[in-house]
Design a protein around this ligand. Structure first.
Ligand code: TLP
Length: 343
């Protein structure tokens, strides 16, 4: 049975053409800065985001953690959204690697307000931690890939600047936000000191993320990448996949967004589930299954036995993610299977 895998957009396999680009890549030792394909990708990405420099790293998690490290000192505090990847899914790495305390604020679909942040910034006193960094996530994964509006980001940035606090963006799916909002990524980037983006999510590369920022921050990031064990050698093979993805797989993200809307429309009349229509903005659908009477595990196993894979999500929900390796037919089939189990 061919499985329809909707667990994440990380599950895609590199296409024939992407593999060919990887095979043909020129390589060198990147720890010496001598890999021409990595250098090309870094320059290309920095330019796309309107920043001085960029650094190729193995994962989105490492990208975020290096950036947190370079903006802080042990004992500092960083403001994060309570449902963010950094707070929930990075195994408390900011505490371990940067020695910082995270101050989680509950957002609305990932969005923190200026008022909330104002209250959370610590006044200056020797017995309080120093607030050094605000982290945002766009799109916001735990609200099904909702887009954080740029006008709200602008307001938070103005506050951060006036308080001399740095801004970091977890932009693992910033290209989804950009395609959905029709705002180029460099406009979002204006409001952040550092940005971490992933080639291995919607863009379909097998691995790889990029940290983007000022030359000074990227120099510091290079040291921390080495310390965190992320110095890589003939990694142009992977950079070639990312270059291929940047050239070919951004505009098509709108197909994933259409598929998410289609999936929602095929499920939304089912009485026993709840989907927040305001969340269906990019490539994910989160389904509250409380009234089905099934636990997450029971329903996930039932769906799996019929050939569809989802993941467990916040509260009593399950998540479906659209991506490059599923087509409209797969989505219709997945919806049909879901409906047959949940009527
Ligand atoms: N997200 C994964 C899981 O870890 C939850 C997924 O399937 O969505 N930032 C965001 C917003 C992410 O969603 C992820 C991965 C990361 C960072 C981390 O990227 P990697 O897995 O490359 O470390």
């Amino acid at each position: 049975m061919k499985m329809i895998d909707l667990r994440s957009d990380t599950v895609t396999k590199p296409s024939e053409q992407m593999r060919r680009a990887m095979m043909d890549a020129l390589v060198g030792d990147d720890v010496y800065g001598e890999d021409p394909t990595v250098n090309e990708l870094q320059e290309m990405t920095a330019k796309m985001f309107g920043k001085d420099a960029a650094l190729f790293v193995p994962s989105g998690t490492m990208g975020n953690e290096i950036c947190i490290k370079l903006h802080t000192q042990p004992g500092d505090e960083i403001i994060v959204e309570a449902d963010s990847h950094i707070f929930i899914y990075e195994t408390a790495a900011p505490s371990l690697l940067a020695g910082v305390q995270m101050f989680p604020l509950a957002g609305r679909r990932g969005l923190l307000t200026v008022e909330q942040i104002k209250k959370a910034i610590r006044p200056s006193a020797y017995y309080l931690p120093k607030t050094k960094l605000i982290c945002l996530e766009n799109t916001h994964g735990r609200s099904a890939g909702s887009v954080i509006p740029i006008d709200e980001i602008k307001k938070i940035y103005a506050l951060a600047k006036s308080e001399k606090i740095k801004m970091h963006l977890d932009g693992a799916r910033l290209w989804n936000a950009s395609v959905a909002s029709n705002i180029p990524v460099h406009r979002y980037a204006e409001y952040f000191d550092t940005i971490s983006v992933c080639f291995s999510k919607g863009l379909g590369a097998p691995i790889g993320s990029m940290i983007i920022g000022s030359s000074e921050d990227i120099e510091a990031a290079r040291r921390y990448r080495k310390i965190f064990g992320g110095g890589m050698r003939q990694v142009g093979i992977l950079a070639a996949a990312a270059i291929y993805a940047l050239k070919n797989n951004i505009a098509r993200l709108s197909t994933d967004h259409e598929n998410a809307k289609l999936f929602y429309s095929l499920l939304c009349n089912l009485k026993k589930i709840k989907i927040n229509p305001e969340e269906v903005q990019t490539n994910m659908v989160i389904i509250d299954i409380t009234s089905t009477g099934y636990s997450q595990t029971e329903l996930l196993n039932m769906l799996k036995s019929k050939g569809v894979l989802f993941t467990p999500e916040r509260d009593n929900s399950i998540r479906a993610v659209m991506h490059l390796d599923v087509c409209r037919n797969d989505i219709e089939k997945a919806a049909e299977i879901f409906c047959s189990l949940i009527r």
